[in-house]
Every structure is written in C-alpha cells, then in structure tokens.
Write a protein that binds this ligand. Sequence first.
Ligand code: ADP
Ligand code: MG
Ligand code: MG
Length: 880
Amino acid sequence: VKQVFDFHEGNASMKSVLGGKGAHLAEMTRAGLQVPPGFTISTAACLSYFQGNEGLSEELWQETQSALRRLEERKGQKLGNADNPLLVSVRSGSVTSMPGMMDTLLNLGLNDETVQGLARQTGNARFAYDCYRRLLQMFGEVVLGIEGFRFEKILSRVKSARGAETDQQLSADGLCELIEEYKGCIVARAGRPFPEDVHEQLRLAIQAVFSSWHNPRAKFYRQLNRIPDDQGTAVNIQSMVFGNLGSDCGTGVVFTRNPSTGEKDLYGEYLIDAQGEDVVAGSRTPQPVASLRNDMPDTYEELLRVAKRLENHYRDMQDIEFTVEKGKLYILQTRNGKRNAQAAVKIAVDLVKEGVIAKEEALQRIEASHLDQLLHRGIDESAVADVLATGLPASPGAASGRAAFDADTAARWSRDGIKVLLVRPETTPEDIHGVLVSEGVVTSRGGMTSHAAVVARGMGKPCVCGCESLDIDEERGQMTVGSRTVKEGDLLTIDGASGRVIVGEVPLREPKMTEQLSELLGWADAIRTLEVRANADNPDDARTGRQFGAQGIGLCRTEHMFFAPDRLPVVQRMIVADDDAERNKALAQLLPMQQSDFEGMFEQMNGLPVTIRLLDPPLHEFLPQEKELLKRLEELADTVEPGEAEKAEKKAIEATLRKVRSLAEVNPMLGLRGCRLGLVHPEIYDMQAEAIFRAASRCRERGISVELEIMVPLVGHVNELEILRNRIDHAARRVKEEEGGIDAAYKVGTMIEVPRAALTAGQIARHADFFSFGTNDLTQMTYGYSRDDAEGKFLTHYLDHKLLQVNPFQSLDTDGVGKLIEWGVSSGRAEKPELKTGICGEHGGDKESIFFCHRVGLNYVSCSPFRLPMARIAAAQAAI
Ligand code: ADP
Ligand code: MG
Ligand code: MG
C-alpha cells in the first residue's frame, strides 16, 4: 500500500489517511493556493511503525526518499547540498485536530556546511545561523528529549553576555557562539552529537514525530476530548518558507471570524521577521492583524481574499497559518477554527443567514457539551475597586480564586477544595493539568492565540493574557506589579471579557441568554421530539429553568426544602420525637412551610408539569454528626456550675445522640430511605402529600394551572408503590373534601432507580402514571459502585487504565444501565401504553446520554437549569 502522498495527490476527504493538516494542505494545493510543496506520510505508516520495533521500515524509507527526490526536483534544491540546500519542516498532523499537542521540527537539512550555503544564497549570515540554532534546539528537544529550559538558559546567558535584550539583537557572531553552545549541550545531555548527516536528521525526525503521538500532553488532551488513542499521526514534510528573512517577512495566525465573539472580522496576530512558533510560543507579544494593513497593505488584501476563499470552500470559520517571505504570502495550514460557545453560536446562526449552511447543519455544529459555557459569568462592575493590571481579554467569563504560580500547586490546592487562579508567565502544554483545575488563567506574556488563550477558551474558562506589567517570580512564589506585591495564595478576580486583573474577590453576575442563542434554540425546539425539564428545588431555580426553556420540572427534591436554616430544627424535632404526639406537632409545623414552597413552584410553572419527589434520603442526614454532639457534651461537662439551660441542653443532646446512634446504618444508601421511610413512618409522606394537595388547591383557586405529578422514590417492589399510592389518593380525597371539592387532578408515578424496579416494570406500571429513571442510583446499584466513594477509591484508576472509557456517573452506561432502561420502558408501556417516561439525574445533562434517551423513546430528560440550552440542542441533534 501507498504510504507517502505528494500534496497534489491528496484532498480534504483523505483526512483519515493524511491527517487533518496533510489533507488540507493537499486540498489547498489543488485549489491553487500558495502552499510550499511537500508530501505526507500516512497515519497507517505511523501505526505500523508503532507495531514494529526497529525504526522506520525499509519500504517506508524508500518511499519517503522517492517523494523527497520529487520535491527536490520541483524546488530545484537538494537536501544536504552545500550550495543550494533544501530545507524542510517535519510536521505532525493527527486526524482529529490537537493543536500544539504533538511535535514539529523546522529548518531540517541544516548542518555546518549547508548553513554556509544558506548564508551565501540569501546574503544573510545572521538569518542562516538563526535558522540553524532553532533547528538545534528543536532537534534537541523533540528528537533527543532534552529539556527546553537547558537551551533557554544558554540563550539568556549568551544574550546577557552580549548585551542583547531580545533574540533579534543577537548578532551573527552571537548566534555562532549559541550554535556551538547548543551542540555542546546536545553532546552532554544526549550522549551523542547532533547529526550532520541530513538524511539521518530526517529519519530521526520522522520517528520522533510519530512518537510524539504518545507524549503525555497529547495523551492527556485525547483523554480530555475523548479522542481515540489508536489513530496515530501523519507526518508532513514540507519545504521551508522564511518569515525571519527581514522586515518584509513575517508569520502569523488568523481566524476568518473572531473566535471569542463570532464577529465577521479577520482576527489574529502576526510578528514581523519571525519564524513559525514565535507567534504561539508567547516569547514575543505579537501585533493584531489589523495593523498588517499598514505594515504590508498588499499582503493584507491578499490575506483577506484567501480567508474568504477558504471560508467559502470549507463553509466554516477557518484558522489559518501564514508566512510572508520577501513580501510573498504562503499558506501553511488551515482548519476549522476552534471557538468558544458564544462564537460557535453566532457563527452558526450567521452562516445560516448568509445562506451558506442549513439550520440542521448549524445545530449539528454546536458542540452540545460546550454550550453551557455560553452562560458566562461577568463581574459586578459597581464592586470593582482595585484593578491590579490589565492584559488582553483572551477568554470571556469572570472568576475569583487564590493565585497559584505553577500548575502543580494549582492542582494540589484544588484537590483540597481551594479555588485557584493559575498565574503564569506563559503556559505550555505541560501546564494543562493546572489549567484544568483552575477557575481561570492569567499570563504575563503571549497574545490572543497563545497557548493559554486557546486552551482556556476551549475549556470555557476566563483568561487574561499578555498582562505585561505582572512580574512573576515563581521561585519566591510572588509577583510584583509596579511597587505592589501579590503573594501566592492571595485572592484575585479576573474578568476575561475586559482583561482586568483585580485584587480581592469581586462579586460575580450570572449570565443571560444572547439573541443568537435564542434563535438557535428556537430552531432546536422545532426539530426535537424529546421534551426537556428542569431539576429545581425552589421557585428561583424553577424560574431560571423556565427562562432556559424548561417544559416542566422533572425533579423537585423536597428534602432540599428541609435543609433551610429555619426548617432544620423543626425537622430534627420531628425525627427525635419520642412519641407520636410530639412527632405530629413537628409535622404540623412543617406542613405550612412545605405548602408555601409548593405554591411557589406551582406559581412559577403555571401550566407546566411539576414533579415532586417525596422525601428520599436517610433521616440521619438531617441530624448533627455524632462527634459534634460528643464534643458539645464534653464542653457542657466542663461547665462548673451548670444552670437550668445547660441541663436542658444536655438532656436534649443526649436524646439526639441516642437517635443518631439508633439511625446509624452500615450502608445508608441501601438502608432506610426513599419509599421505605414512607412505609415505616407513613406520617411523613402523609404530611407531604397533604401539603402538596393543599398548595395545588390554593393555587387553582387563584386561577393558576397546576399540572401535579407526585413521585415515590426508590421503589423496588410493586407492593411498595401500591400501598403508598393508596395513601396519596387518600390524602387527595381528604384535602378535596376539606377544601370544598376543587378539581384535584394529579398523577402518581415512581422513580425507577433500583434494578429490580426496572426488571419488574410491567407490574409496577399498573400503579404508576409515569416512570422517571433515576440514573444516579440506578448506575450505583447496577454497577454496585458507591457513587460517593468510587471516584477516590478505584474509578479514577479504572479510567486511567482505560478499563472504563467514560465515567458511568457522567455518561450513561448504555450497555448495562441502558438495557435496564430499555426494558423498563418497553415492559412498562406494554402494560400501560400511555405511561410517561423520563430521566432525571446528572445524565439528563449529558449529550451522549440524551442521544440514548431519544433512541429508546423516552418522553423527556430533566437536568439542571443551566444545562437546559445544551439539552435542547442535543435533543435536536439526536432527532436530525
Ligand atoms: P502545530 O501543530 O504546533 O501548529 P505546525 O506543524 O503547524 O505545528 O508548525 C509549527 C509552526 O511552524 C507553525 O507556525 C507553522 O506555520 C510553522 N511552519 C511549519 N512548516 C513550515 C514551513 N515549511 N515553512 C515555514 N513555517 C512552517
Ligand atoms: Mg499549526
Ligand atoms: Mg435516587
């Protein structure tokens, strides 16, 4: 099989063979754009390289050599020729874009001889040496595995010895010294010299780029983005063009539309007299592309034309790498640009309006899992007092946290539950674990397309970049800004929309819906068949849910009402009561409280269904912990002359303690909770049912339309539901009589969250008007994983070792838990065709799980209010 393809042999549809970069280089070559010629080694070749164990196969090497000879002919240059050397880049390129995660080498083909040839040819020795020292550094790092800072240290030493402030100020002599030092460093660190043999360079570079598929940051990125591990990378070998040949040269990155806002404007950055990675590396702060209009007017116009052409061709926003050599524009890469959710929505909607794509396609382009990012926070402007510094507004949103100056510290603190802001001179892919756990990122160097900016936008975290007035001293764990010092651990707030870094914790404002999003969601609503509901425990959440398009409340957890500070003491009294009289007194006090909560919910949801779940958790969750009680008892025992109050308190605590001990269970999650509680202590559910019906009847009197659904949790046997349903019906009749016969329509249903309930769903359906699959408990009990312990104890291990592909508590296990749901739905409906079915729990807000729910024909999913837009889009995508 053919393993090597010249650029003009490929096209965009060959992505799986050529990788994204290679396929698009080929496509652009075909379209006649200025692409430096080259060829691509296929991903299949990479995979067979991984299988073998003696380097590149002879076959592959021969094929590469032939392609190289064709390239040499086309360019009229030869790799390693001292008078007319061909220089190439060796670039990674995976099927799924993984920006900056793998390795690339530039200026390959230079050695002590060819560097002289390049100097003679260009009449620019400084330039030639600059290319050579870059190659030595990249080769040292990428091929020989030497740490980058070794080279950086040498660079700063040589610069300061020669009084150069920037790299550009280093003379040809200075660069020669640097080259010698770099070579010495390579011998010392790698135990072998830099290969003068250019074909050896090429062979090693190809192998290194293949292997970069397995480097830790690439693996981490794949895990994070759920990219399969077995694709491998293609390798692109491309003749060099030079952006570092003087002031009529440069290099840059542009997006055809703004990746933060979606505005239809060329957006990006460039550097004059610079090569390749200088722009993204953040070592120099680049210029915004708008100023290219003045610096190089013709190039700017041409870039506009190319941008437009590429966008029309790919029918999507493009992220384009370009280099200008002696005034001539070359295109080095194009891909569908990464964007944040706001831009994604605006661009998709705009493209529909521009007639470029259809509504369905627009919807499909929205990454459902990123949509909740749209709901960015902002800062409360009136509370901004102390602005420390202002940088570039690199990723919108606002956050507060404690300043951590390195990724490991950030990771450690976040494990301890501390909110962190990662503050770095610049970030590299090595910092990604720190970014992941931080509330936001600040860098002192680098622009809007620097690593920090790109990564933060992708994760929907706020980021301020290029904040040059911050002088960060990692070793001492502090930074100075002018005369002020910020220590590690100090509280800061950042506003990624304006670029401000503010001292202290500023209150944040919750986000609201944009016009484009509403429009897009409208399209989604017209397409989807799955209903969406909100999980909401109070009227505020219900209102938010309604604003975000909830078609009802799928889960209202009554126990959350019990935890309110004014309720908890009454709840506790109810639990520790010694006799029925005392318990009923406490319940009578709770009843009006619950009733008013429910009235609030019904008011908000006027006309839409509200599913209220009766009390679910074990009672001891409402009581204080044993050790706290013991502590207080000890304190009281130390009181020298206890008064009446102390004595009474002691007695009360002892009573509570007895109750806490008697309620203690070895496996509380499998213990006295849910409907079991309702059966053993029927007065609690009776009170709740009464409160619900009274609330419903009050609201109906006031003309509010109440669609009431009462839900019994944790049913595992049909008898449980049958008995409780009778009690609920009884309460309904009682209230109806007392309230004077107002129509009291309601439904009674059950959670299906115990595997046995799913298996016997047919029987259970006889007594249920609806099923709501409680997939948190159902997953816990089907897998036998304690949800509260699994993560720390073994689930992380399972995920790290790929024993499980995804966390089943995040994304529904369709093979196992899903089977139970399918069975539950079909046998339930066989018994009762009009049975309504839905799910509540974390999975209701997960895209893949929503797809599953659509497939098995559920009526609705219920999720947290902020995930609703995402759920609506995912439901539409599932229906397309
Ligand atoms: P990455 O995936 O990290 O962007 P690339 O392979 O795209 O890696 O290359 C890194 C940088 O080097 C980019 O800025 C790219 O434009 C530049 N570059 C790659 N090949 C060449 C070349 N043949 N001539 C000039 N610059 C190049
Ligand atoms: Mg690139
Ligand atoms: Mg449950």
